[in-house]
Ligand binder design. Structure first.
Ligand code: ATP
Length: 231
């Protein structure tokens, strides 16, 4: 599993209920997200988009059905082997105590300075990093108060890129970016993620216009699947 570098993500009739909850949040979800493609999830607030992608790194386990990564049920591999394959960016960027560089190295301690800078460039973060007197050695203040929400998001995105994962998961990670930065970032990212599988939850249609597969969720069910032209 760990030696097999592909990143195919397959949902087979997945239903999910939060522990102690009465109702299913997801019902009978099936799709395949392929390497080299972007699969985007849209749907109104509360439709289950975050819940769905959170099942992939196993923040929760499915109630029914199966999730396979490269043909293997994700409950059959260690959490470490599974998460090693995944670069996950939550809605709100999370920073740890330490420098900007150590934050970017979090998922890949062996990343070189060049790799860190490249990841920051793709994430459109170098301008504000270089504007700080200590650049990549800038210390993140307790609670991340010396970086803005959008900068935090970009550092979180850069951290995922520096990991060079087979599977990228972006949970509405571009929402705090202005349209121009959003577009530049996605263009650079597309080049970098070439063979990776990209899953993205988005609010803005422009973010997902070029996705190879768009999945529309409503009350935990798939009500549409296809490209933007098809939908
Ligand atoms: P948004 O666009 O607002 O982020 P979403 O489509 O991502 O919404 P989810 O966050 O997956 O939707 O929420 C789907 C449903 O699951 C909601 O009704 C929410 O209240 C519920 N829910 C989310 N997280 C939990 C949790 N940890 N425990 C119980 N219920 C939850």
């Amino acid at each position: 599993f760990s030696g097999n570098k592909k990143g195919v993500v397959e949902f087979k009739n997945v239903s999910f209920k939060y522990p102690d909850a009465e109702e299913n949040i997801l019902s009978d979800i099936s799709f395949t997200a392929k390497p080299g493609e972007t699969t985007a999830f849209i749907g109104s607030t509360g439709s289950g988009k975050s819940t769905l992608i959170n099942l992939i790194p196993r923040f929760f386990d499915v109630t029914e059905g199966q999730i396979l990564v490269d043909g293997v049920d994700i409950r059959e591999v260690t959490q470490k082997d599974l998460r090693d394959k995944i670069g996950y960016v939550p809605q709100k960027g999370i920073l740890f105590t330490g420098t900007i560089a150590s934050n970017l190295r979090y998922g890949n301690p062996d990343a070189t300075d060049e790799e860190i800078r490249e990841a920051a460039e793709i994430a459109q973060a170098t301008e504000f990093i270089d504007s700080k007197p200590e650049g990549f050695d800038t210390k993140i203040a307790q609670g991340g108060t010396n970086v803005s929400g959008g900068q935090k998001q970009r550092l979180s995105i850069a951290r995922a890129i520096a990991k060079n994962p087979e599977i990228y998961i972006f949970d509405d990670s571009f929402s705090a970016l202005d349209l121009k930065t959003d577009a530049a970032l996605r263009k650079a990212l597309k080049k970098k993620t070439g063979d990776s599988t990209v899953l993205i939850v988005a609010q803005r249609i422009s973010t997902i216009l070029h996705a190879e597969q768009i999945i529309v969720l409503d009350e935990g069910k798939v009500i549409g699947k296809g490209t933007h032209e098809e939908l």
